[in-house]
Design a protein around this ligand. Structure first.
Ligand code: GLN
Length: 310
């Protein structure tokens, strides 16, 4: 499925392809690496911004467009946005209010973590896990703990189209974003949203989940300030800060998930590079998990922990 394009604002601007191309070429020429961002990273972000606020297609960024283009902002505003990106380190996704994740074009705000590409794999792992567990019931019930923008819930609801997802977040503002995204994709009947801490709002659903998925905050508190300024200055610490060793949320989820999983149900967690041995040990010591596995992301970094309820 092609990502949906944001509807153009009614005050759409017409800009000559030639002027837009000139602006783009100048912006590329002016790129200077800094604060952990290479020229290649910045060029990628420049492209995202341009594609998001115009009717340009990726191929247009290789071949100078000649015809008039439709933009949601004027060239002057585009320049202003790009300068904000460079001088204030505002993530492009916050400037446009949108982010692409799997097949979704999601609304995002400073209240939610910008969904990361590596997290996309959690959905494939959930699908594989469900196929591999003969003991799971056909009517799938999933939980997404710390849903943020709702990305994981939308992915699960789409992958398990007969299933139901319970999405939990302790931020009302994040839930509003997630709910909006679920409505955009017509998944709001399939996803139930709950305000609260981890399992707290799921009382009454013990023993019923086919799977529990979470990308919890996992950055150790004292590592947070070392993150890129785009992350540290602009993304919600609530979604990043995993406490002293980064594993506070993971510890709680690993401890309680077996109460909520069906026998044969799967727990899938995202984690930080270097946490795999500790997370594996937590799962083993809990005593109610079997087939504990660590999966790498596409960069080869051990990134996901998977375990089935005995
Ligand atoms: N992957 C995010 C980052 O690197 C962290 C997400 C999280 O803590 N769950 O910034």
């Amino acid at each position: 499925m092609q990502p949906q394009r944001q509807p153009l604002k009614s005050n759409a601007f017409q800009v000559s392809g030639q002027r837009l191309w000139q602006w783009y070429q100048h912006a590329i020429a002016d790129l200077s690496p800094g604060q952990g961002r290479s020229r290649v990273d910045l060029k990628q972000e420049l492209d995202w911004l341009l594609l998001e606020v115009s009717d340009l297609e990726p191929l247009d960024l290789k071949l100078a467009p000649s015809e008039t283009r439709i933009m949601q902002v004027s060239l002057a505003e585009l320049q202003q946005l790009w300068q904000q990106r460079l001088t204030e380190n505002i993530p492009v996704q916050h400037l446009t209010g949108t982010s692409h994740w799997r097949q979704f074009h999601l609304q995002v705000s400073k209240d939610v973590l910008i969904p990361r590409p590596e997290t996309e794999l959690l959905i494939d792992l959930a699908v594989d896990a469900a196929q591999n567990s003969a003991r799971l019931e056909q009517t799938h019930l999933w939980a997404d703990l710390g849903t943020g923008s709702g990305a994981i819930s939308l992915g699960l609801a789409t992958a398990f189209s007969q299933g139901t997802v319970h999405a939990v977040d302790c931020s009302q503002a994040a839930l509003a974003v997630a709910q909006g995204n679920s409505q955009t994709y017509g998944l709001d009947q399939q996803i139930h949203f709950h305000l609260g801490q981890w399992f707290e709002p799921l009382g009454g659903l013990e023993g019923q989940f086919s799977g529990i998925v979470s990308n919890p905050p996992y950055i150790p508190t004292d590592v947070l300030p070392t993150l890129q300024p785009e992350v540290f200055d602009h993304e919600p610490h609530l979604a990043l800060d995993g406490g002293r060793d980064g594993l506070e949320a993971v510890r709680e989820i690993v401890a309680i998930a077996p109460q909520y999983l069906q026998p044969g149900g799967v727990l899938l967690l995202e984690m930080m590079c270097g946490q795999d041995e500790a997370v594996k040990a937590l799962l083993m010591n809990q005593g109610q998990y079997t087939q504990i596995q660590i999966h790498p992301d596409l960069a080869g970094i051990p990134r996901f922990a998977q375990a089935y309820r005995i």
